[in-house]
Design a protein around this ligand. Structure first.
Ligand SMILES: [Zn+2]
Length: 333
């Protein structure tokens, strides 16, 4: 008679093949630890290969992120930039009127901050570094304004715990990319208008750039001054996308890289703002002049090196005091 199964696992046990050859009365062999089916050397080799495979995948993912975050443009070709203008939903009449003004900011007249002016500014700055290219360095295509599903989403703050920041960053990117209108441009700058009366918290938010997705996010108040500030920030964020870093320490422009003309004699007041520092230094202890248009901003040698306009040797020569390695200077008034 078969002994009753004494545990639930019995039915899953493989049949004892040797049992049928066992003469009656002979005890079944004692059950010890199951004999190894793979020799230890082979098992180790399998474990090592799995580990190496995992490391390789992690390494490749890391490399891809590194390359995406350290990418600089190939300036032999024009950089195509799609400007996507997003506005809050349900605009009232006054806001609608403002928006019409803002929509025209892309092709406004000379002297007014506009995307066209920004285009020309990039070309002029590149020429000052003596670079010859077949076309303009940057070509913008502006997508007409589009209403968002809700009021804008703010980027995560830098001081939040990693996991929270990670989740919020993804939600932030998803929200805006879901509003992106189709464009063949590889670079995208979202100009996001917020209502300054109901969302004053956005006033303190610095625009952000995500180099991995080649997207920049510029926050602008939906008021008279918003569009002006938006154009200046647009140029600044775009340079972040191209690899430039911020050049201010606290509220001051960092010296020498945050100065458009660090070797000017006397050093103060400066005539221009370095675009990644965004203020015109007037002197120690004095407040800096806030720029209103791009005509007042210049691309400094450090930024030029970061975006790949000049090489490291030329950058170093310039900051060692050889002004001829830098950009051509504007004539004195
Ligand atoms: Zn910045």
């Amino acid at each position: 008679m078969q002994p009753p199964p004494n545990d639930d696992d019995a039915r899953f046990r493989p049949p004892d093949d040797d049992a049928r050859f066992r003469p009656p009365g002979m005890a079944a062999p004692e059950e010890g630890p199951s004999a190894p089916t793979v020799d230890p050397g082979r098992a180790k080799r399998i474990r090592v290969s799995i580990l190496l495979g995992v490391l390789l995948v992690v390494g490749l993912v890391y490399l891809r992120i590194y390359l995406q975050e350290n990418w600089t443009p190939d300036w032999d070709q024009s950089q195509l930039v799609s400007v996507q203008i997003l506005v809050p939903p349900n605009l009232d009449e006054d806001e609608q009127a403002l928006l019409e003004q803002l929509d025209s900011f892309s092709f406004a007249d000379e002297g007014i901050p506009s995307i066209t002016a920004l285009d020309d500014w990039f070309s002029a700055e590149q020429k000052r570094y003596g670079l010859q290219s077949s076309g303009p360095p940057v070509i913008f295509s502006v997508v007409p304004s589009k209403a968002m599903r809700s009021d804008p989403v703010a980027p995560p703050k830098g001081d939040e715990p990693f996991t929270e920041r990670y989740t919020k960053t993804n939600a932030f990117l998803d929200f805006y990319t879901s509003h992106r209108s189709a464009s063949p441009a590889t670079n995208t700058i979202y100009v996001i208008f917020y209502r300054p009366t109901t969302h004053p918290e956005f006033k303190k938010i610095h625009s952000v750039a995500d180099r991995r997705s080649r997207s920049g996010f510029v926050f602008a108040a939906l008021d008279d001054e918003g569009a002006e500030a938006a154009v200046i920030n647009l140029g600044h964020e775009l340079l972040h996308l191209f690899g430039a870093s911020d050049k201010y320490k606290g509220k001051e422009c960092a010296f020498p890289e945050g100065y458009a003309e660090p070797f000017r004699e006397p050093r103060h007041p400066q005539r221009f703002a370095e675009v990644m520092a965004q203020g015109i230094p007037n002197g120690p202890g004095q407040s800096e002049t806030v720029i209103r248009t791009f005509d007042e901003a210049r691309i400094g040698a450090q930024t030029a090196a970061e975006i790949g306009w000049i090489d490291e040797e030329r950058r170093a020569r310039y900051y060692a005091g050889d002004v001829s390695a830098g950009p051509t200077l504007d004539e004195e008034d």
